[in-house]
Write a protein that binds this ligand. Structure first.
Ligand code: GLU
Length: 436
């Protein structure tokens, strides 16, 4: 009997259909040619792998994984690797689609890719995790390379995991190729500023929105769904800018304090166990913070705050709960946290959505800066990296918001018009080689 296809359920198929359904309106507005439509509605290649891992107790476990190149018109595929029990081919494809749009929106010389392994990494020992990371890189190494596909961190992967994968890649190709993977530890050629880059970029886009609306950070309250790397650094930097972070959540629950939380202290509590045990993952939750009110994660979405920052997973605000959101602005730090139906409900209620393909692009922008540093061998200090991030993101975010205002469309539609316009022009300019 054939093994069932791993975890490719109906909900996942809906995710991709929902994501690409947004293109129809964009194609119409841009009046793109049929060829362009056909190219952008499907992935270029999708590699499925199985990764055998020897567990500490001597048993063999085999994990399913994928690496998708959605589109490589603007450059080599670029995008993270996710370790999560919900990962499946369709989710990875959808995430690779969003990477394609994102790299085009901020004008990077990259296409879009994504990878993932269906695993709950929190159940693995550090050595098992290292074996899985190396095994996954061995399985996908043929499609990776500085001019082909450059992986990076995503949900539940970090600089430690990238370091193992970079080492494995170098061993396979018998050369030092730091530009084949980004988000590495600084000691292995990683860029200064990469770890905080997604949160830093998200704050920059929020600041720009606040400035255009004539609102002061000190007057704005923020709830943050998701307290992983991006959510934490965003909350920390936003607190420094004067925003009041009143609630944060993680997969276990949410905490609230009307007077404002200290993200640094919450993070310290959450990660304390990890430091003691030397593990890669947090054993603790934000719930271990003392003297705060506990909320259900759903209540956080419905809090009466000015800014709702979504930094967890996709598909969080949808037709059924978008009516409960009370924030003035939704900041998409995760990829795809609002469905297209969720968008329509929020839009109808006058709530602005600052879209993922712009808001979380700080991560891939600094990955690009890392790739440049690796290729030139010229390494920069953190100030230089942050300044170049701010310059690139500021320029593109202004262009997106100006375009949206000029056309009278949402910020998401503005971002897609901006990015898909670039992709469409490049597809057309490449000519008809395949038909010739
Ligand atoms: N995983 C991140 C994202 O979704 C970063 C990708 C990268 O740096 O290549 O944007």
């Amino acid at each position: 009997m054939n093994a069932p296809e791993p975890g490719n359920d109906a909900a996942a198929t809906d995710l991709f259909d929902d994501a690409r359904s947004r293109l129809e309106d964009i194609f119409r507005r841009l009046d793109v040619e049929e060829d362009v439509r056909e190219r952008l509605l499907r992935p270029a290649t999708a590699l499925q792998v199985s990764v055998p891992v020897r567990m500490d107790d001597g048993r063999l476990r085999v994990f399913d994984g994928w690496r998708v190149h959605y589109n490589t018109i603007l450059g080599p595929a670029k995008g993270g690797i996710r370790f999560h029990p919900q990962v499946n081919r369709t989710e990875v494809t959808t995430l690779a689609f969003w990477m394609t749009v994102k790299c085009a929106v901020v004008g990077l010389p990259f296409g879009g890719g994504k990878g993932g392994v269906q695993v709950d990494p929190k159940t693995l020992s550090p050595l098992e995790l290292e074996r899985l990371s190396r095994g996954y890189m061995r399985a996908i190494a043929d499609v990776v390379g500085p001019d082909r596909d450059i992986p990076a961190p995503d949900v539940n992967t970090n600089e430690t995991v990238m370091g193992w994968m970079a080492d494995e890649y170098d061993a396979i190709v018998r050369a030092q190729v730091p530009a084949a993977i980004t988000g590495k530890p600084v000691e292995l050629g990683g860029s200064r500023g990469r770890v905080a880059a997604t949160g830093r970029g998200a704050l920059q886009v929020l600041d720009l929105w606040a400035e255009r609306e004539g609102r002061e950070p000190a007057e704005l309250t923020v709830a943050v769904q998701g307290f992983g790397n991006a959510g934490y650094h965003f909350a920390r930097l936003a607190r420094e800018r004067g925003y009041r972070i009143v609630a944060v959540s993680d997969s276990q629950g949410a905490i609230y304090n009307a007077d404002g939380l200290e993200p640094g202290a919450v993070w310290e509590h959450k990660t304390r166990e990890r430091e003691l045990r030397g593990m890669v993952y947090c054993e603790e939750s934000v719930l271990c913070e003392e003297d705060v009110e506990q909320l259900s994660p759903e209540t956080l979405l419905a809090l009466d705050v000015d800014v709702l920052a979504l930094a967890a997973l996709e598909d969080q605000v949808h037709a059924d709960n978008a009516g409960d959101v009370r924030a003035d602005v939704v900041l998409e730090i995760a990829n795809g946290p609002v469905t297209s139906e969720g968008d329509r409900v929020l839009d109808g209620r006058g709530i602005t959505v600052l879209p993922d393909v712009l808001v979380n692009a700080g991560g891939v922008i600094v990955s690009w800066l890392e790739w440049i540093q690796n290729r030139t061998g010229d390494y920069w200090d953190e100030e230089t990296v942050n300044a170049r991030l701010a310059e690139r993101l500021g320029r593109e975010a202004e262009a997106v918001l100006d375009l949206a205002a000029r056309e009278g469309v949402s910020a998401r539609t503005g971002a897609y018009l901006h990015g898909i316009g670039r992709l469409a022009a490049a597809i057309t300019r490449r000519g008809n080689r395949q038909e010739a």
